[in-house]
Design a protein around this ligand. Sequence first.
Ligand code: NDP
Length: 300
Amino acid sequence: MPQAQIIDGKAIAESVRGEITERAAKLLSETGKRPGLAVILVGEDPASQVYVRNKDRAAEACGFHSVKHTMPADSSEDAVLGMVDQLNNDPDIHGILVQLPLPGHIDESKVLRLIKPEKDVDGFHPINVGLLTAGERDSALVPCTPAGSLVLLKRTLGDTLSGKNAVVVGRSNIVGKPMASLLLQESCTVTIAHSRTKALPDVVRAADIVVAAVGRPEMVKGDWIKPGATVVDVGINRIPAPEKGEGKSRLVGDVAFEEAAEHAGAITPVPGGVGPMTIAMLMVNTLTAARRLMGLPEDE
Ligand code: NDP
């Protein structure tokens, strides 16, 4: 039986979205304007279609102006760049998100770099990456998954992050690196581990906070977790589940949950942990971008 506190990402994400809905309504009554989010989807990848639909629904539920631009898979790079340019210049749009991956013939970084940094609600533009790394997160737009992971940590640990040993397993630009920057800004002592890290179990055993963003099902074992540590599992992996019937599958994280929960003080489940926070933070970023572009103070 798990002893750890289970961090309820679903409930926390709902409360964040509720707060954003209230703040968007206040913005509308004060200015007559809604935060505007535009999502560009190129091609028909089924998983991307689901993600885009969920983002669109969440934005509408928060009372945002939400537009979805679906472009054919064989769209030229120029056509996609043209769409970004159009949205950059659209005063009703405050957040632009290009659903990744893009088809192979389109240069992803060229497209992401064209998005105005002020509208870059995914936080992938080099300007936003630079601001975050320079310790200026309050002027940046921060990638949604690490931002959401930090909210979970703060709601669990309160103001006690300072001085804690944090190990981030994974060094991707989307999760691992920005997560490490955020934890550093919270004055954690941060280690970034990756596929070349030696004696990974021992590295993780030194951590008060473990963030796993690896993409390998249940790789982080229970006996890697220091007693009482806080574990945030970013991984989403689909594995076969023959016990549910032939051809069935289930989602697991990068952490062996049952084992880890025997050691951890608190742990996020998969699903229902970090996943719901990602979309909630996209809503936060869109409202933040809208208020900044309107010249309004951010946190009202
Ligand atoms: P990437 O594949 O881009 O990065 C994986 C990282 O893990 C790399 O840095 C890699 O190291 C490291 N790694 C791989 N194998 C090992 C190993 N055996 N030991 C130690 N480190 C290893 O993945 P992402 O960062 O994009 O995503 C990570 C996970 O998070 C995935 O499961 C993904 O589905 C999930 N995810 C969840 C989101 C959510 O909303 N909850 C959003 C985004 C991602 P190296 O650099 O050396 O190759």
